[in-house]
Design a protein around this ligand. Structure first.
Ligand code: ADP
Length: 255
């Protein structure tokens, strides 16, 4: 949780379910994704999710340094989640802190089940998640973009990984928790899944929910992940359609 103090809004949600930013309980913020945005990385992706702006670079599979970290039966996966000092409402001290170390770990663990790590023993796959602008939901936006960057790097994968945060504000279960809801809502629950099998690879929760509310929230997250997954597939396809066009255009020029 953030450590700075903000003023609690008088009301986070109205009786008819209109949220503080005008959304309905089951409405997501606008999302757009792009694959292959960094020339120097093996794979990359950029995501805009509401006001969040995140870029992800993937390198590997490549040689492990220091060497003793290499695993004989699978690739080592490393992940660094970093928030730029200018990414938050209040300037953040640069460099790792407890939160970013924890997030790097949980994000890595959310991604590993999707990667066929057994294919690349003694190598490493490095994932760098750089948050340029943050507005709640950066871990799930980072995971969603990281899955795209891994696929863009050509790393064999069982599936993509897709995430969203659901939460509770009063009696309402809300989709894609916004900044004020994250700060002052009754609970928030980031979820990441392998969308084809629906296996959950990340599930965290702050605050409280009844078992019924939890089930409703999880169901809402699953349905939203299906939509976000389609956006991920579109983003991947878009890159390869563009490459195809370039290649075919080049061929026409040759003949
Ligand atoms: P997530 O971004 O995954 O929702 P948190 O719930 O920890 O993670 O944070 C919610 C939001 O609070 C972040 O997206 C960010 O906008 C803000 N925040 C988090 N940590 C800090 C920090 N150290 N300084 C300023 N703002 C922060």
């Amino acid at each position: 949780m953030p450590i700075y103090i903000e003023k609690k809004p008088e009301k986070l949600i109205s009786e008819d379910g209109t949220r503080i930013d005008g959304r309905k309980p089951d409405e997501m913020r606008p999302i757009s994704m792009e694959v292959g945005v960094l020339e120097r990385a093996d794979g990359s992706a950029y995501i805009e999710w509401g006001k969040n702006r995140i870029v992800v670079a993937v390198y590997g599979p490549r040689e492990v340094h220091p060497r003793h970290l290499a695993l004989p039966d699978r690739a080592l996966v490393r992940c660094r989640y970093n928030m730029a000092p200018f990414s938050t409402r209040e300037r953040k001290r640069p460099g790792p802190d407890r939160r970013s170390i924890e997030l790097s770990k949980v994000i890595k663990e959310a991604l590993i089940p999707a990667i066929i790590v057994e294919k690349f023993p003694y190598t490493t796959i490095d994932v760098f998640i750089e948050v340029l602008r943050s507005d709640a939901g950066t871990r799930i936006a980072g995971i969603t973009a990281a899955a795209l960057a891994l696929a863009d790097a050509g790393i064999p994968m069982r599936d993509l990984v897709t995430g969203v945060t659901v939460g509770r504000v009063g009696d309402f279960i809300v989709l894609d928790v916004g900044h004020e809801e994250d700060q002052f809502g009754d609970s928030d629950m980031p979820v990441a899944i392998l969308p084809r099998t629906k296996e959950i690879t990340l599930l965290q929760m702050d605050g409280t929910m009844t078992p019924e509310q939890f089930e409703k929230a999880l169901d809402m997250a699953m349905k939203a992940c299906e939509k976000i997954y389609q956006m991920q597939l579109e983003a991947l396809k878009k890159k390869y359609v563009e490459i195809e066009k370039e290649v075919l255009g080049g061929r026409e020029n040759v003949s």
